[in-house]
Design a protein around this ligand. Structure first.
Ligand code: ADP
Ligand code: ZN
Ligand code: ZN
Length: 842
């Protein structure tokens, strides 16, 4: 009965493969011999293409006509350890995302890049080869060293070459591996660096006289940390080359070739740590965490410690215990806090046990760091959001510092929240999860209240300092004092006045005092640019973005108006585009304007500005902070970037220029974010024995979020906010999923949203036969909307949205999954996106 040739004797098995495609299902392929273990990458044919996917289980044994073969098994050992695969399954299910897409985003990019597969010729007898195999070997013999499979395939033009690679590899004539791209070669770029600082206004007047553009270029460099790329200055920033040459001739700047690639983490020194004795509160917190290390499934902990209470030392001591048990750990910090200072704090204790996963890594470096963790050569992963996926085994602790931070939420699919995943992953490992914050999110605070999380308190500052005194300056009475001017032309009539009507007398005096005492000041305004919008005084027209329903921000240095969402920009207008009037007002104060005002008000002060515009270079952010640390800056001015984590002992004054920015956003977390921002920035003051003070300027001095920031009273804020979210119901009372439907066609977006919401309603009542699991959610999920999204147009797409709301996570999941999988959107360019547990619903 043995008709089959020797080839066919080998039985083939089926495997289930997840592909990184926007399709909510997996695919069955066949593979000869033994099935590769779950978590192994395979190359498979899919619609005329070759794609990388992951084996996620045994294939379906249903009758399938033509099961396609796996072309190649790409890993010797699975790239995805079993626990990580489980986590990815959880994410795919909870956030309603295709498993392949989740896997792709959880793993280093190299691993899903088809062009990273290389083959190398191996010496050996080549007798009995088939024509195609010989062709392949012949081609390789004309080359030196490893060759990309992709290039070979293109050059030979004989379709898939993987069957041949497989058979030749089996005979030892080829070696196949997935390799990382080489590290970026050292590239240089022309950089303009400030070499002489003009400390005072008088010196500046003298140096620049009427050379206004030189002065602007000088100030641009100064605000950007003292250096910028030449091409940026002469390109997007619009300075001419002679302007830069002028600065060179005055001996103010030098133009040099600087190495582009300089990773500030690669050589952070391993200095011995300071030798602190734990405070009593730190000790109590640590003891509780330590005893939980012995528990099989410990509950997560909220480490609720005021700013400066020494949360980091608690993390470090916990990590020490975890390592001593032979286990591993992950520490997540917000991207903006991932600085050499932060890393040094961990490296000083744990040296080369620490792998840092940061956004400055090239693909190859990221892959290297990942492999070191995978092989167990590093046992602590420190990084931003995606470090949660560090391939560690036997995890003992996962720490999420500043757990309230919005950057833990991923903004594209899969829209996971790394803090919530930390809880899930820790649970799977029986590890301790510590969520640390001075201003926890309302969700976490609530979980600690209900006992779902344990709560550890650090109510005092560790170094002996105390929380700074916070005072409010009522901007309404300030305005009255000045003789009832409205907010119009705020700067015009008051230019001569110190503070220009933007910095109150109290704030100006408080800054003066610090300058006299050679202490440092932080000024916060959470809005960049010069003015938030340009409005015609005649007809009221506001300049809007061409692609978004967003007003354009005026940037004075560049004389441009810019969309902060899609980056659309145009020359700043001199006349109203609608009525032609030249009576334009530039309204809505931004950091650029505050910088100008501060320079004029404090002519002797050295000022640095830190916002998205001054930190576009790779390590610009770092350079500015280093200047502050070296006491080369008297006033650090910026957006929310400067609110978090900074620990500068000589900062004794924090001024909030306008606390109300962001308060009126149509988002249910607007108050929470304001409270967090104010409390965090206030926490930058008085971190040493020098003491500290905070002045908050506001027109809403009675708002509970602002009042609570004054009294450092998290409990009162949280209780009030919890009741504000009761009617209508918002998290943490309920769970929500934001469903956004968008299209370049305004009517199509609206009708598709109506259609989807209607379908969902009928599905929830069992009226749609093909609605998958939707009817399982009947009576437990409510639909709010649809309505135009608060930002109705973004990147040229009109946006409508509705919320799915309910208290059963499972029911919400069923409903969302049904919508994503079974509802058919109208034809045309329409997209539906799901954002579960959104951090903002704009
Ligand atoms: P948090 O993250 O809670 O705001 P940090 O961990 O940054 O606070 O600590 C604040 C400051 O207190 C740091 O300068 C730190 O070195 C110091 N510190 C922490 N613990 C102690 C301690 N037990 N004794 C003395 N100083 C401490
Ligand atoms: Zn007009
Ligand atoms: Zn735009």
């Amino acid at each position: 009965m043995n008709h089959a040739g020797p080839e066919k004797v080998r039985s083939s098995v089926r495997v289930d493969v997840a592909l990184p495609l926007p399709i909510y299902r997996t695919f069955t392929y066949r593979v000869d011999g033994v099935a590769p273990p779950v978590g192994t990458r395979v190359l498979v044919p899919f619609r005329q293409e070759e794609r990388i996917g992951w084996v996620v289980g045994p294939g379906s044994d249903a009758m399938i006509d033509r099961i396609k073969p796996v072309l190649a098994v790409l890993d010797e050992t699975p790239t995805v350890p079993p626990d990580l695969l489980e986590l990815c399954r959880w994410i795919a299910s909870y956030y309603v995302a295709p498993l392949g897409i989740v896997l792709k985003s959880a793993l280093p990019a190299v691993l899903s890049d088809v062009s990273r597969d290389m083959v190398t010729l191996q010496p050996g007898p080549s007798k009995g080869l088939r024509g195609r195999e010989t062709k392949l070997l012949d081609w390789l013999s004309t080359k030196d060293g490893p060759q990309r499979v992709k290039s070979m395939r293109k050059a030979l033009d004989m379709g898939s070459v993987w069957p041949e690679i497989r058979s030749l590899t089996a005979r030892g004539l080829l070696h196949h591996e997935t390799v990382a791209p080489p590290p970026p070669s050292v590239k240089t770029r022309r950089t303009v660096t400030l070499v002489r600082h003009l400390e005072t206004l008088a010196e500046r007047e003298e140096a620049f006289g009427r050379a206004g553009r030189q002065r602007e270029a000088y100030e641009y460099l100064e605000a950007g940390g003292g250096a910028a790329e030449l091409s940026r200055l002469t390109g997007t920033e619009g300075f001419s080359r002679p302007v830069i040459t002028g600065l060179e001739e005055k001996g103010l700047v030098s133009v040099t070739d600087e190495e582009e690639y300089r990773d500030p983490f690669s050589n952070t020194p391993v200095v011995p740590p300071p030798n602190f004795t734990l405070t009593d509160h730190q000790r109590v917190a640590l003891d509780e965490l330590t005893s939980a290390l012995g528990v099989e499934k410990p509950r997560p902990f909220l480490l609720q410690g005021i700013t400066g209470s020494g949360k980091t030392l608690v993390y470090i001591e916990l990590l020490r215990k975890v390592l001593a048990q032979g286990r591993t750990a992950i520490v997540l910090v917000p991207e903006i806090s991932l600085t050499p200072q932060t890393v040094t704090r961990f490296r000083s204790h744990f040296g080369d046990e620490v792998a840092v996963l940061h956004s400055g890594l090239s693909d190859g470096e990221r892959y290297d760091a990942w492999r070191r963790l995978r092989r167990g050569e590093r046992r602590i992963a420190v990084g931003a959001r995606s470090a949660l996926f560090a391939p560690l085994e036997n995890i003992g602790a996962i720490v999420v510092d500043e757990e309230h931070d919005g950057s833990y939420k991923q903004s594209d699919a899969p829209r996971y929240h790394a803090r919530d995943l930390a809880v899930v992953r820790a649970h799977a490992h029986g590890a301790i999860c510590v969520l640390g914050s001075a201003t926890p999110s309302l969700e976490t605070w609530h979980n600690a209240n209900t006992g779902k999380f344990g709560r550890l308190l650090l109510p005092e500052r560790a170094g002996g300092g105390s929380l700074p005194e916070v005072r409010l300056v009522d901007l309404r009475t300030e305005r009255k004092k000045r003789g009832g001017g409205d907010s119009r032309g705020q700067v015009k009539g008051r230019r001569s006045e110190r503070g220009a009507g933007v910095l109150s007398k109290e704030l100006v005096e408080a800054v003066d005092e610090r300058l006299r005492k050679e202490e440092q000041v932080i000024l916060l305004l959470n809005r960049r640019g010069y003015s938030a919008f340009v409005q015609c005084r005649e007809c009221g027209e506001v300049e809007q973005c061409e692609n978004c329903s967003i007003s354009l921000t005026y940037h004075k240095v560049t004389q441009r108006i810019v969309c902060h969402h899609c980056r659309f920009e145009a020359a700043a207008p001199s006349r109203c585009p609608r009525c032609g009037s030249d009576d334009l007002s530039f309204r809505g104060l931004g950091t650029e304007q505050v910088e100008r005002i501060a320079t004029e008000t404090f002519p002797t002060a050295r000022i640095a500005r830190m916002d998205v515009d001054t930190t576009s270079g790779k390590w610009a952010h770092q350079r500015i902070l280093e200047r502050v640390e070296r006491l080369e800056v008297d006033i650090l001015l910026g957006t929310q970037m400067i609110a978090k984590g900074l620990d500068f002992p000589r900062v004794t004054l924090v001024g909030v220029v306008n606390a109300d920015v962001g308060m009126n956003l149509p988002d249910f977390r607007a108050s929470e974010r304001t409270f967090q921002l104010l409390s965090q920035v206030a926490g930058r003051a008085g971190r040493s024995s020098l003491g500290g003070e905070v002045l908050i300027q506001t027109s809403l001095p009675d708002h509970y979020a602002i009042r609570a920031a004054v009294t450092h009273d998290l409990e009162t804020f949280a209780k009030r906010e919890l009741s504000e979210r009761a009617h209508p119901s918002y998290p943490p009372h309920v769970r929500v999923i934001n469903v956004v439907i968008s299209s370049p066609d305004q009517l199509l977006a609206a009708s598709a949203a109506e259609g989807a919401a209607g379908w969902m309603r009928r599905g929830l009542t069992g009226q749609v036969a093909s609605s998958g699991e939707a009817s399982q959610a009947a009576g437990q999920v409510e639909i709010v909307g649809p309505a135009p999204a608060p930002i109705e147009r973004l990147h040229g797409r009109w946006r409508w949205h509705f919320l799915l709301r309910g208290s059963s996570p499972a029911a919400l999941g069923h409903a969302a999954r049904a919508l994503a999988e079974y509802h058919r959107l109208p034809s045309g360019d329409v997209r539906l996106s799901l954002d579960r547990d959104p951090v903002a619903v704009l």
